[in-house]
Write a protein of this length. Sequence first.
Length: 355
Amino acid sequence: MNKFEKLFAELPEDVESVLITSDVNRRYFTGMKSSAGTVIAFRDKAYLIIDFRYIEKARAVVKNAEVIEQKALFSQLQKLLHEHSAGNMAIESQTMTVSELALYKKSFPEIKIISNDMLSNGISTLRTVKDEEEITCIRKAQEIAEAAFRHILGFIKPGVTEREIALELDYQMLRLGAEALSFDTIALAGANTSMPHGVPSDKKVEQGEFVLMDFGAVYNGYHSDMTRTVCVGEPTDEMKRVYDIVLEAQLACLEKAHGGMTGSELDKIARDIIDDAGYGDCFGHSLGHGVGMEIHERPNAAPSNKNVLRSGTVVTVEPGIYIAGKFGVRIEDFVILTENGNVNLTKCAKNIISL
């Protein structure tokens, strides 16, 4: 089954057509990266309508859909709806704007527009489980990020700034083949490491400080995500103790994570260890999140997620302890969940590194 066939299998049988307009989902279904284009799919055939700027590339790369050059979009959609005898059309409620929805309703008064969350949820469910081609892209993205990490260990020293570290990581990932960055790179030093999503500043690294880096690369549309915390010089006993607690929590999760457990069960493994060590109030975010064509997608490994994590899901495992005004530690890998365990996509060592 191709991805369109899998999508319709997730939807009620009476859904006759779907309209996909978001950039990420359009690329997911067709393999075509573009800032414009409209996908309309029926149970027997799918189409990508795209303008002249992209038409040559689309005809070369698009999978599972007929490519049509856009001339008059609504007339072309109307013709296809008529040819396939479709009386309804589901839209992406989570990405389509109110004004866009109003325009589609006005343009197709005879078509029932299904504007609830059914299509968006169906696509999210489909994207949760990665196939071999997707995993290959994610692995490549991670290889690029890890090569950049190995380089940065020789770059970090007293006197360089957080901003310089972030820029160097960005440059290396792009130089090594990333099409983009997974997100704005986080590089923090000293007391700033206590802010889980702090923004790199002109603060200079000093001897004896932690440096926390959270970063990732994009390859063929798929993201990687990793965090490492290293020390410039020798860490204090307190820094070592906190690092070891975070590492213990992460290793316990990696040992026990598998498809079939709930997101809250996975989160609880790390949270119990950190709580028992007396730092429960210093672990304020969830353990992890799904990664794929977006850096944050379903599912979440969070206390509130009672849903089962399916085999084939890629999810991060990133416990942390953050002591305000002092320092923070986060260690992040991401794994493919399987029925009997998981496959760790992150190969970098996790022992505390003293530079």
